[in-house]
Design a protein around this ligand. Structure first.
Ligand SMILES: *[C@@H]1O[C@H](CO)[C@@H](O)[C@H](O)[C@H]1NC(C)=O
Ligand SMILES: *[C@@H]1O[C@H](CO)[C@@H](O)[C@H](O)[C@H]1NC(C)=O
Ligand SMILES: *[C@@H]1O[C@H](CO)[C@@H](O)[C@H](O)[C@H]1NC(C)=O
Ligand SMILES: *[C@@H]1O[C@H](CO)[C@@H](O)[C@H](O)[C@H]1NC(C)=O
Ligand SMILES: *[C@@H]1O[C@H](CO)[C@@H](O)[C@H](O)[C@H]1NC(C)=O
Length: 900
């Protein structure tokens, strides 16, 4: 079998010689990721459940001995993936990856899912009914179909649960108790491997409130607050530690355990940013689906990072990847504003900081911030002194950090800060250095408009504020929209990802007692258990026999939502649209569509990659009717807004840009009759010829089906998505004038320009390269050449360390992959054939391969540098001075996966 190693990413602090690093650590709204040093998952080619796994492990260990790499197996995976967690020294990655007995080698990732704005009050909050159930038809499924998840086993892979919470009945494994399974795979502090896990038997973990919130959405029930599948049987698998960290090994172990425990549905609100379907997690999830399990996974919270950011395992063809939408109505805290005429208005507030005491604000005067310059109200510079005592100061969001605004409000004598949004959106919290000790919260666009006219210089009256500690429901300024934080697809291979959306913004659910019992959280983490709950309801109905039928019901009955008056949000952002549970549970139409790009037979939407020649794609849409009577369908196509991540020169943009350029889609017939219990194929032609490929647009839309002549009633919809360009046309590297790639200083802070650098290959004097990639790169190779012949390969340095690479995040240019060369090279895979390159003048060559199947690559060569070892430390193999020649194995471009 072929060897490979997937995107392994090291924290800068863990930077080891001969290995490499990427810092993707991001701010409060994202994921930070690094790899666990010397820890890998080796994948074998055996089918899960095969009795041959021991033989495979044995053969591999024998191979390891032959090449002389000492290693230790820490976990064997046998049920959902045949693989082993293994430790060996990072410097042998290439040798191990190329062993014929290793079908794949992947670094163990450690990722932190930092929570999005969550808002809990320091005072206990009461249970309230879930508002979302009205908009997702879950209420109808509960009331009319009487489905509640009873008898369905649902696994929640998260941070554990406060099962003593009233919404979970304070029970475990007793008769009639919903919580029947529990297993901890991570412990309070992730150790990177499994040493800190506590094993089976205890669901209770409250240090991180995430899991209790997630479980509440899925299956909480205290009579008033009711989750989506309140009677489901739960398995609580802890894979997220107190600080929010998860690891590849914990996820794989939990997936295996959930399978052994006979779970029907698996909900996973975590993942690692290795957005290719070949990762071990994605492979395991794909196998689970083949074994009849429904897997629902969070797309991720990188919506502001532009396209191609869906996490693994959500990116797996075995999972439904869930995006988040904002609903027309949501709960928030509020405050009362009493105007001079005695009228009281309830204004939304959000984002109280838990660390501060409750906001006991009574009759506080409201004043506006007046910047010294120009009367603006951003409070980014000094503001006019505030004479009122205990004043609440209104400040506009934007142009400078909250800490600056807060400092200026304090300096002017304000007691509390309200930040208003100048755009229509559901507002997030305000957070900043709590040592400033200035309570602050934010308010909506509407709230801001109302308050502004009260504090404007022309206003005559006065206003006072009273903060209330209870929840109130508010109407959103825009009824439906994809949440700003929801990660964009598509997958690197242009599969439609995310698959579908569920409510994930301002979701009110259970929290551990010490977090106030109930509170709000945002995230695709919240949308995921919502959808998993819907899947549990469908499984309970026993109308669906395979996971793909459940997926089809969910995806093809979802309701796409509009971004503009006549164009939908991109399918690369919302998938099929907002889940409609009643329609899904009652549908008799099913679709199984073959994805053009990857050839997966069981994809529910088209994915295609436009090539410059044809730009017309013929696809077959099989429509199957499970009802006994015939159905007459009318077909139409409604395009979604097109989106691009790049400008016309192929430079990654800071934010997604939109285009109204829309694909055309025609049918072999616009209407058809499908007899009862039969299937009919429709030929569909997707025409991209009007779409300029130079804009790098991802185009999409929805095939709508209506019954008979009733054109108002869409009964099913099929998302269609395509990239209108070839992946290889996108430059993998940023433009030439950008800082990267570069030789970088040993502390990774400065690109080295100017004079040729000399390295002694001891201490911290090793060549280091920093690079950024704009687009997912399936493989990056590193080779060495002599400075005089920089384009000529002398030997290999790293062939298999960089496979399935995530593109660099945008939000901070400081994020880059960092590579350190330890001076070693090789021409064959045996460890003893690794040698130190002799002293001399060299270049490192980086070869970037952008997409699956692409043989084209981009080469970047470092400036020449000198290796001159200290006489005392030098121990150089004479081999290095032999004639240059490229004897590196080129036989496999990458690890192919066996697709079905
Ligand atoms: C994994 O399986 C191999 C082969 O049977 C065995 O030698 C090894 O002890 C196992 N390791 C663990 C940690 O289970
Ligand atoms: C295991 O957890 C403890 C605290 O519970 C922590 O101090 C320790 O560092 C952890 N072990 C590792 C190897 O991280
Ligand atoms: C805010 O106003 C509402 C409606 O008038 C009232 O029920 C509530 O008690 C008030 N809260 C406070 C803290 O004044
Ligand atoms: C919210 O919307 C509903 C339905 O459109 C409407 O009946 C209600 O009055 C609105 N509430 C507020 C506070 O605007
Ligand atoms: C694309 O962006 C780069 C960097 O900002 C800029 O230099 C280039 O001119 C842009 N190209 C186009 C066609 O706008």
């Amino acid at each position: 079998m072929r060897g490979c190693i997937a995107a392994s990413i090291l924290a800068l602090s863990a930077l080891a010689l001969g290995t490499w690093a990427q810092s993707q650590t991001k701010g409060p709204q994202g994921v930070s990721i690094n790899t666990v040093p010397n820890s890998y998952i080796v994948k074998f080619s055996e089918e899960p459940g095969s009795i041959d796994w021991e033989q495979a492990v044995g053969d591999f260990m024998a191979d390891m001995q032959k090449v002389g790499v000492s290693s230790r197996i820490t976990i064997n995976f046998t049920e959902v993936i045949v693989a082993a967690a293994i430790t060996f020294e990072d410097q042998y990655v290439d040798q191990v990856a190329m062993l014929p007995t290793a079908a794949g080698l992947f670094a163990v990732n450690q990722a932190s899912l930092a929570p999005l704005a969550s808002s809990s009050e320091p005072v206990e909050q009461p249970p309230l009914p879930m508002l979302a159930h009205t908009y997702t038809e879950v209420s109808r499924v509960h009331d009319e179909l009487k489905l509640t998840g009873k008898g369905v086993k649902v696994a929640i892979l998260d941070s554990g649960l406060d099962h003593k919470h009233p919404a979970f009945g304070n029970c475990f494994q007793t008769d009639g108790c919903r919580i029947q399974y529990a297993h901890d795979f991570i412990g309070d502090v992730s150790s990177g491997d499994s040493t800190n896990m506590t094993g089976p038997g205890n669901p209770l973990s409250t240090c991180n409130p995430h899991g209790t919130h997630v479980a509440g959405i899925l299956a909480g029930n205290d009579g008033v607050f009711k989750g989506v599948a309140p009677d489901a049987t739960l398995g609580i698998y802890r894979i997220i530690d107190c600080s929010g960290t998860t690891t590849t090994s914990a996820i794989l172990q939990a997936l295996e355990q959930a399978y052994k425990d006979g779970m029907d549905v698996i909900s996973i609100s975590a993942g690692t940013p290795s957005g290719w379907r070949f990762s071990p997690e994605s492979t395991a999830v794909y196998n689970l689906r083949k074994k009849g399990k429904v897997v629902i996974a969070a797309a991720g919270n990188d919506g502001t990072e532009n396209l191609w950011t869906v996490l693994s395992p959500a990116v797996s063809p075995g999972a439904l990847a869930v995006a988040s939408v904002d609903l027309p109505q949501y709960y928030s805290y509020y405050f009362n504003v009493t105007t001079a005429d005695g009228g009281i208005t309830q204004i939304e507030r959000s984002g109280h900081q838990r660390e501060l005491p409750p906001l006991d604000i009574v009759d506080a005067p409201l004043v506006g911030a007046q910047d010294a310059q120009g009367g603006a109200d951003y409070a980014c510079g000094p503001i006019a002194d505030i004479t009122e005592k205990n004043a609440i100061v209104l400040v506009q969001r934007g142009t400078c950090p909250y800490t600056t605004k807060a400092s200026n409000v304090i300096a002017a004598g304000g007691a509390v800060m309200i930040v208003y949004s100048a755009v229509k959106e559901i507002v997030g919290g305000v957070s900043y250095d709590q040592n400033l000790n200035l309570p602050a919260f934010s308010t909506s666009y509407e709230g801001g408009q109302f308050l502004r006219q009260l504090v404007s210089p022309s206003s005559t009256g006065s206003a006072t504020v009273n903060v209330d500690m209870t929840m109130h429901s508010f109407n959103a300024s825009i009824p439906y929209q994809v949440s700003y934080f929801s990660s964009w697809g598509p997958s690197p291979e242009s599969d439609v990802k995310p698959d579908v959306s569920a409510p994930g913004r301002a979701i009110y659910s259970s929290l551990p007692q010490e977090y106030g019992m109930y509170g709000l959280m945002d995230g695709t983490s919240m949308a995921t258990p919502y959808l998993a709950g819907v899947a549990a309801l469908l499984v309970q109905s026993k109308k669906f026999f395979k996971p793909t039928e459940v997926y089809s019901a969910i995806v093809n009955s979802a309701r796409p939502i509009l971004q503009t008056q006549d164009q939908y949000f991109s399918a690369a952002q919302q998938g099929a649209g907002l889940v409609q549970a009643y329609r899904a549970a009652t549908t008799t139409l099913h679709f199984q569509v073959r994805a053009l790009a990857t050839g997966y037979t069981d994809y529910l939407a088209f994915g295609a990659t436009g090539d410059e020649k044809g730009r017309k794609f013929e696809m077959t849409l099989p429509v199957s009717n499970r009802a006994s009577g015939a159905v007459q369908l009318t077909l139409s196509f409604v395009p979604a807004i097109s989106a691009t991540a790049f400008n016309e020169s192929g430079v990654l943009l800071p934010t997604t840009q939109y285009s109204t350029a829309a694909p055309k889609l025609t049918f072999s017939q616009d209407s058809l009759t499908v007899r009862g219990h039969s299937q009919k194929d429709v030929k569909v032609t997707l025409d991209l010829s009007d779409i300029p490929s130079s804009n790098f647009l991802v185009v999409s839309g929805y095939i709508h089906m209506r019954v008979g002549s009733d054109t108002s009633k869409v009964v099913a919809s099929v998302p269609v998505l395509s990239s209108a360009f070839k992946a290889s046309e996108i430059p993998v590297l940023p433009p030439k004038d950008s800082a990267y790639p570069c030789l970088i200083s040993s502390d990774l802070t400065r690109c080295l320009t100017g004079d040729k650098v000399t390295y002694t290959m001891s201490g911290d004097s090793f060549p280091k390269v920093a690079f950024r990639i704009q687009f997912p790169a399936i493989r990056i190779r590193v080779r060495i050449g002599h400075a005089k012949t920089p384009d000529h390969v002398t030997a290999s340095v790293t062939e298999n360390s960089y496979l399935y690479n995530q593109r660099n995040m945008n939000s901070d240019n400081a994020y880059f992959y960092a590579y350190t060369w330890n001076g070693k090279a090789y021409r064959s895979l045996k460890v003893e054939n690794t040698f130190d390159m002799g002293d001399g003048d060299y270049v490192l060559q980086f070869w970037f391969f952008s997409a699956t199947g692409d043989v084209e690559s981009t080469m970047w060569v470092t400036p020449p540098f000198t290796i001159k070892r200290d006489a005392t430390t030098s121990s150089v193999n004479s081999d290095s001075t032999e004639n240059p020649g490229d004897s590196t194995s080129d036989s496999e471009e990458h690890n192919g996966e066996d697709d079905d």
